[in-house]
Design a protein. Structure first.
Length: 317
C-alpha cells in the first residue's frame, strides 16, 4: 500500500529536476502559510473568515474535478497522465467512498484542520506552526504507517523522528520562556500559557493532517481526488454554517458583506493564496515530486516546510 523505491520508476534527468523544483515550490508555498495567515488576521478578518475564504475558493475551483471523478476512489496513479485513462473504468467498477473515509479526509485537511491551525496563530508565533504542525504530522504519519501499513522504520527514519521531537520540545519551551521575559507575575504566566496553548492547537492540527494522509493512503485516493473531496466537502459543510452563524448570532449578512468590501484587497489576496496556492497548487506540486522521486525522497520536501516558515516569518512578522 505504501509507495516503495521499487514501485517508482527511476526518473530521467529532466524529470528528476522538474520533480525537485516542484517539491521546492510546494515547500515554499506551505512555508508562507503561517505568516500570511497571521497577517490576514491582523485586519478585520478572523480565523473563521479565513476558513470560509479558503474553502469557498478551493471548493468552487475543485467542484468540476469532483463532478468528473465522482465519489468513488480512483486506482493509485503512479505516473502523471495515467489517471485520465483510468477514470471512466474506475468509476464504474469501484465501490463508493466509505463515509468514514469522507469524514477523515474532510476533518484532516478541511475546515476543522484550518480552524485548529489558524486558531493557533492567535496565540503562538507563526514560526512555531512551521515547526510543530508539519513535524507532528510527519511523526504520527511515519509511526502509524509503520504500525498499520507496513512502512519501513529503519535507523535514519528513527533519527529523523527524534530530531522532530527535539524541534517540538524546543518550540514549546521557547513559547513559555517568551511569556516570562515579556512581563512579570501573573501576566508573564498568562502570556507563556497562551503561547503553549497555541502550540497545542498546532499539535492537534498536525494530528488532523496525519489522519488525512493515512486515510488517503489507506483508501488509495489520488492527490487530485483527495483535495477535491476536501475542498468541496468543506464548502458544503462549513460555508452554510458560517453564513447562518453570522445571520442569526452575528451582525447579519449585510454587515458581513460590508466587512468583506472594506477588506477587499485582503480577501482577494487570501483567496489566491489560501484557496488556489496552498489548498490546491502546493499539494499538486508535492504529489508530482513524490510520484517521480518516490515517497521516501519526496517526503524530504515536507521536512523543508518548517525552515521555510521560519525564514518567511522573519520579514513578515
Amino acid at each position: 500500500m505504501a509507495a516503495s523505491r521499487a514501485d517508482t520508476p527511476a526518473p530521467n534527468r529532466r524529470e528528476f529536476w522538474l520533480a525537485v523544483l516542484s517539491g521546492l515550490a510546494a515547500a515554499s508555498i506551505w512555508g508562507g502559510w503561517p505568516a500570511i495567515s497571521r497577517l490576514g488576521m491582523q485586519s478585520e478578518l478572523d480565523v473563521f473568515d479565513l476558513t470560509a475564504i479558503r474553502y469557498t475558493t478551493s471548493g468552487l475551483l475543485l467542484l468540476p474535478v469532483l463532478w468528473r471523478l465522482g465519489l468513488r476512489p480512483a486506482a493509485p496513479d503512479s505516473r502523471p497522465g495515467s489517471a485520465r485513462n483510468q477514470t471512466n473504468q474506475t468509476n464504474r467498477t469501484r465501490a463508493p467512498i466509505p463515509w468514514l473515509a469522507l469524514a477523515l479526509l474532510i476533518y484532516g485537511a478541511g475546515a476543522p484542520y484550518l480552524l485548529l491551525a489558524a486558531g493557533g496563530l492567535n496565540f503562538a508565533p507563526a514560526a512555531h506552526f512551521g515547526v510543530v504542525g508539519p513535524s507532528t504530522m510527519l511523526l504520527v504519519t511515519s509511526f502509524c504507517g509503520w504500525l498499520w501499513q507496513g512502512d519501513r522504520f529503519d535507523g535514519p527514519r528513527l533519527s529523523g523522528m527524534l530530531l522532530i521531537l527535539g524541534g517540538i520540545a524546543v518550540s514549546g519551551v521557547d513559547g513559555l520562556r517568551s511569556g516570562i521575559q515579556k512581563d512579570s507575575g501573573d501576566l508573564a504566566g498568562l502570556d507563556g500559557g497562551r503561547v503553549a496553548f497555541g502550540d497545542l492547537l498546532f499539535v492537534l492540527a498536525g494530528l488532523a493532517w496525519a489522519a488525512y494522509t493515512l486515510s488517503a493512503r489507506h483508501w488509495r485516493f489520488s492527490a487530485l481526488h483527495s483535495i477535491a473531496v476536501v475542498g468541496v466537502g468543506s464548502l458544503v459543510l462549513y460555508t452554510p454554517l458560517y453564513l447562518a452563524w453570522h445571520a442569526i448570532f452575528g451582525e447579519g449578512l449585510p454587515a458581513l458583506y460590508a466587512k468583506y468590501a472594506r477588506e477587499a484587497d485582503n480577501v482577494l489576496f487570501q483567496s489566491l493564496f489560501q484557496g488556489v496556492l496552498s489548498a490546491f497548487l502546493a499539494l499538486f506540486l508535492y504529489t508530482r515530486a513524490v510520484s517521480a522521486l518516490g515517497a521516501a525522497r519526496g517526503a524530504v520536501f515536507a521536512a523543508l516546510v518548517p525552515g521555510a516558515a521560519t525564514l518567511m516569518a522573519i520579514p513578515l512578522l
